[in-house]
Write a protein that binds this ligand. Structure first.
Ligand code: FE2
Length: 451
């Protein structure tokens, strides 16, 4: 059995939940909620213990290389095929790549925080797509959503066939009841649910808001460390996977799915979270971003933000991500003789950013917790004018950058904003004005005048 070690001292005790977890990333886990529910020595006994059904959930093709192969074996009260007929359901503001209801503007975009609706809205109903790229049916690209919810899912369950879900809470703790068990994520933590896994979300603190990266592509994994060595960045042991927990519940319940870009719903007469035991590596997990071991310069210059990559979904080109999840956490800044904030740049990759709390160093005004920015391929961006002025004159003492937690979903594919995102009143018409005051500092003169 994989080690279960809930006793790791928590760097932020206020985030510690009382649930039991297994630790590690990508390793084989196993768990049983009833003793002897897991078969030993074979996957599919003729008659599983407790009258359970054995079922596989694949996260990769059967023939994927062993190092990247993901699958689970679930031992459940009823097989997941037992449900009513799916009918199309209203999509609300949920969209899927390719987005065809708007054109991608050649503009830097920034949004104020979107409000949480007053009418009853659960996590699925509260999904609002800001943008997407690639093509979900081709398993390329990502969808980028907000969730704006005020109601728990009790009799409703959901699975996403279009991709894995990386959930980034910004306000309110979430408790995710999944086929593999229960996990909790607070602002400052993330949760990831594999493609196809059924779950429901309970809001522990009432109205809740956060971000979602729906990863159509290859599942997120940990980036290589290269010359840094065997430790640092996001360490494997800090990823936490739940232990088996099942619901033996019957009633008039609803199962929803997002399938090829549309929502579907059906009736189901029992809870599909009825997995009594499971083993495998295609698992949901949580991760506390405070455990990210930042590695940065101790001499000069501002390294590329790739040093802050927590998770990466590879594209078919080595080193080029379908999507990276990057964070900008509290950290020391010690570079000497250096302009310390992010430099002005144009990036072939497209960058969507959100802010969990505090302020973002490069643009502390106008980018608010719960808000967002989008800097697509080749569109220049960098510090606001006053940040450049201040950082150009700052005394370069060691300083601790505190009260900040921003993140980025970065993708090789241009992120197409939705029509809703482009027409929303939260879109800031004056965003680019933050660079307008940048003065001309140039003092040089040509050695010769024009002939
Ligand atoms: Fe950037």
């Amino acid at each position: 059995m994989a080690s279960i070690s809930p006793g790791i001292p928590h760097p932020r005790p206020e985030l510690a939940d009382e649930l039991e977890y297994q630790h590690g990333f990508g390793n084989e886990c196993e768990s049983e909620a009833l003793p002897g529910a897991l078969p030993v020595g074979l996957r599919s006994p003729q008659r599983p213990a407790y009258g359970l059904y054995a079922e596989q959930l694949s996260g990769t093709a059967f023939t994927a290389p062993r190092a990247s192969n993901r699958r689970n074996w679930l031992y459940r009260i009823r097989p997941s095929v037992k449900h009513g007929k799916f009918e199309t359901a209203p999509d609300g503001l949920l969209r899927t790549g390719p987005i065809r209801d708007a054109h991608t503007p050649a503009a830097q975009l920034r949004w104020n925080p979107f409000p949480i609706p007053a009418k009853p809205t659960d996590w699925v109903d509260g999904l609002v797509t800001l943008g997407a790229n690639g093509d979900a049916q081709m398993q390329l690209g990502v969808g980028i959503h907000l969730y704006l919810a005020n109601e728990s899912m009790t009799d409703r369950f959901f699975f996403n066939a279009d991709g894995e879900l990386l959930i980034v809470p910004q306000q309110g703790r979430l408790r995710l009841h999944t086929e593999c068990g229960v996990l909790q994520a607070a602002p400052g933590e993330i949760a990831v649910v594999p493609r196809g896994m059924v779950f429901r979300i309970v809001l522990l603190d009432g109205p809740s808001r956060g971000y979602v990266c729906e990863n159509y592509g290859q599942a997120f994994t940990l980036p290589e460390r290269g010359l840094v060595g065997s430790d640092g960045f996001a360490n494997e042991r800090d990823f936490m996977t739940p232990v088996a927990a099942f619901e033996d519940r019957e009633g008039d319940l609803e199962l929803m799915t997002k399938y090829c870009g549309r929502l579907f719903a059906c009736r189901i007469d029992h809870s599909p979270l009825d997995v009594v035991a499971w083993w495998g590596n295609n698992v949901p997990y949580k991760y506390d971003l405070a455990r990210f071991a930042v590695i940065n310069t101790v001499s000069v210059d501002h390294p590329d933000p790739s040093i802050f990559t927590v998770l990466s979904s590879c594209s078919h080109t080595p080193g080029v991500a379908n999507a990276d999840f990057v964070i900008f956490p509290p950290r020391w800044q010690v570079a000497t003789d250096t302009f310390r904030p992010p430099p002005y740049h144009r990036n072939i990759m497209s960058e969507f950013m959100g802010l969990i709390h505090g302020a973002y160093e490069s643009r502390p005004e106008g980018f608010l917790p719960g808000g967002a920015t989008l800097h697509n391929c080749m569109l220049p961006h960098g510090p606001a004018a006053e940040v450049h002025e201040k950082a150009s004159r700052a005394r370069l003492e060691p300083t601790y950058l505190d009260n900040t937690l921003a993140f980025m979903f970065e993708s090789r594919y241009v992120i197409q904003p939705t029509k809703h995102a482009l027409q929303a009143p939260e879109l800031q018409a004056d965003y680019a004005d933050c660079w307008a005051p940048l003065p001309k500092h140039f003092m040089g003169r040509p050695k010769r005048g024009p002939r």
